[in-house]
Design a protein. Structure first.
Length: 62
């Protein structure tokens, strides 16, 4: 059963990685996610599309 993610939800890949924010859920079933990579003092915005079965809700406590 697919997850019902919505814009603004914080998720991460089931395989691990950074927390990401869902910015859009397309009709194709792909969720566009945004996150930042940090290298030293430089933060670089990133984005990619993922299928819902690749994502899980991220722990919001940290």
């Amino acid at each position: 059963m697919p997850n019902n993610f919505k814009t603004g939800d914080v998720v991460m890949l089931k395989s691990g990685g950074p927390k990401m924010t869902i910015s859009d859920g397309a009709a194709s079933g792909i969720f566009m996610c945004h996150w930042f990579n940090r290298e030293g003092d430089i933060w670089t915005p990133q984005h990619a599309g993922f299928k819902p079965d690749q994502l899980v809700a991220a722990d919001q406590s940290a």
